[in-house]
Design a binder for this molecule. Structure first.
Ligand code: ADP
Ligand code: MG
Length: 253
């Protein structure tokens, strides 16, 4: 998609769980080439919003548009096929497979019928292609030296990068990351931010849920602050930082 064109549009999204309103009246527009941040206290509805956008959960009401087409109700697999890829809040790597195998497995699960059986039936040529693609994406996130290490032996920072490489293996236009910096050491956060800036420079667009304010402020182009499932304020990092409302939501003052 051309830089600046509308890539993702969420309109008046609402999701309830029984009597609980998890997301209510959330809307935003993400343009191609942007890093868009979604922030807010725990329970604000950020992960639910991600699940609605990526088709993991159906909306109670509202609309999601991806590259000019309405995609809500299409399901996660179809939305992924249209260029959206995501990670989950809790890292899910197979610890006793290598870094390379983990990413290649992600490729199989996406391109094949999604079952392990399908993967086991894969022919050698396809296996070679998946491994080559996995290696390419791992180099992109700076893990070229760690291809054959067991994923479970990596520190959390590199594990997050493996997750990102796995999400990149489908060549998405838009990548959704749910709290990628959570639990990372300072230096790991810096390395992650550097990778994300590089991906943006390559033309990828990013939607980022994050708890760590400093991380978001230094990385994103625009931010939507959520509170109790509703949008509180949208703006540039500078505008968000200057807002009394946002300070109150975060610090309770
Ligand atoms: P955040 O990611 O901002 O911390 P979530 O989107 O995970 O917030 O959660 C928003 C609210 O929705 C919370 O009150 C949470 O308990 C509730 N919630 C999220 N997912 C479910 C679910 N599958 N079933 C019931 N309640 C849920
Ligand atoms: Mg969450």
């Amino acid at each position: 998609p051309a830089a600046g064109s509308v890539l993702l549009e969420v309109k008046d999204a609402r999701r309830t769980f029984g009597g609980l309103v998890a997301v209510n009246g959330v809307g935003f527009t993400l343009r191609a080439g942007e890093i868009f941040g979604l922030i807010g206290p725990n329970g604000a509805g950020k992960s639910t919003t991600f699940n609605l956008v990526s088709g993991v959960l159906p909306l109670t009401s509202g609309e999601v548009w991806l590259r000019g087409e309405r995609v809500d109700g299409k399901g996660a697999r179809e939305i992924a096929r249209r260029g959206l890829s995501r990670t989950f809040q809790h890292v899910k790597l197979v610890p006793d497979m290598t870094v390379l195998e983990n990413v290649a497995l992600g490729t199989y699960l996406r391109t094949r019928s999604g079952t392990l059986a399908a993967m086991l039936r894969t022919d050698r040529a396809e296996e070679a292609r998946a491994l080559a693609e996995a290696e390419r994406q791992l180099r992109r996130v700076g893990l070229g030296e760690h291809l054959h290490e067991l994923a479970g032996n990596l520190a959390l920072g590199p594990q997050r990068l493996v997750e990102i490489a796995r999400a990149l293996a489908s060549d998405p236009a838009l990548l959704l990351l749910d709290e990628p910096a959570a639990g990372l050491r300072h230096r790991e956060k810096q390395a992650l931010a550097e990778v994300l800036r590089q991906l943006k420079a390559e033309g990828l667009s990013l939607l980022l849920v994050e708890h760590d304010m400093d991380f978001v402020m230094n990385l994103t182009d625009r931010i939507l602050v959520m509170e109790f499932g509703t949008p509180l304020l949208e703006g540039t990092p500078a505008e968000i930082q200057a807002s009394e409302k946002v300070r109150a939501a975060y610090l309770g003052t």
